[in-house]
Design a protein around this ligand. Sequence first.
Ligand code: IMP
Length: 437
Amino acid sequence: MIIVVIGAQWGDEGKGKIVDLLAERFDVVARYQGGHNAGHSVQVGSSSFVLHLLPSGIVHPGKTCVLGNGMVIDPKAFFDEADRLAAQGISVTPERVLVSTRAHLILPYHRALDHTSEERLGNEKVGTTLRGIGPAYEDKAGRRGIRVADAVVPSVLRSRIERNLEDANRIIVAYGGEALDPDEIFSETSRLAERLAPFIADTTRYMNRAAREGRTILIEGAQATLLDVDHGTYPFVTSSTTTAGGACTGTGLAPHRITGVLGIVRTYTTRVGEGPFPTEMLKGEEELGQLIRERGREYGASTGRPRRCGWFDAFATRYAAEINGFTSVALTKLDVLDALDEIKVCVGYRLDGREIDSFPAVSQDLRRVEPMYATLPGWKSSTEGVTDADKLPSKARDYIEFLSREIGVEIGLVSTGPERGQTIIYGDSALGRWLST
Ligand code: IMP
């Protein structure tokens, strides 16, 4: 069984908890794209973990964690995270963490270029996490990237750093920054590469062997569908394939190996960074937005930025369901809506007065669309910690059914709080079956 888990919106849907819940049933947990721009919060009992680079499976002893070839890895961030986890009693050892030889490295000049690029864009900036993700993927596509396997060959590492830094420094200096020193970057990277060496593996071979041997694999997406470099709200996106197709290219597993795709969908929508957001709670709804932000603790796990909050967007989520082929959906943060009198759901978009049926490709159009809302009554009672669907207020059940109908996918799970146990699982769903095998 190989399951891919994907966020359906702009990220922060609560994947961390769901992946953590699923991880118990799986032998291997892998990531396939992105880097330490992700921020997955996992709550286990009274301990809370924030993961940026490592798959959420790391908090489960005995699970193998794979950082796939599609990722961009900052070796310093890797060891900072490993050290933080070690202080919390979680050991990140080469026996259980494999880093792909083919993943690309994020080096200090990528971070500097991320800053420069955002400054150059001014008002049009993307609002990136400034972790160097975009510039590292630019180098990958430009065929000048430095891969993990290159880092342990000093002569290769030195010559690539020197060559790349020549160009990078020109841009950094032209925009008022300070030139970076190739010797310093080389010696720091070599030191980190030495420490990384025991973790480096041919993860493609490992994943395919695990699949052949019938081991269960959970493939964890980071960021989310609408941040996908092809299908997302370009150019306000991240630089990788966050959608389900990326799970194959980013791990080296063939498409027919995938058993199913689980969409993580939150009962409302948020977005960090810039870019169009049709259902954002703006004029006249700022207070509601603030209420959701506080109740849902909607502050970036990576950057601490307050997240922009908005109503559930069924139109965008239908689009996400189609691209990813969601087999089942986990609906998160139901309890955050407990306090609302009424709940709006965007069921369609109008552009220039006409209803449209395809998700706008041009971000200016997406800024102009008028969401068409259905209004549902709130349930005004606590759903926190409910574990049995029959114990939910009937209006909360109606809301869940409405969302499922609108996005055209079954709901396999509803999350009613941050802890593992605060979950309703629908046993007759595909997700229910995956969890019971
Ligand atoms: P980058 O991935 O740092 O290049 O940022 C590109 C866009 O993706 C920005 O709008 C970020 O706020 C957004 N982004 C990146 N990672 C995450 C995440 O884990 N959750 C939500 N948004 C993210």
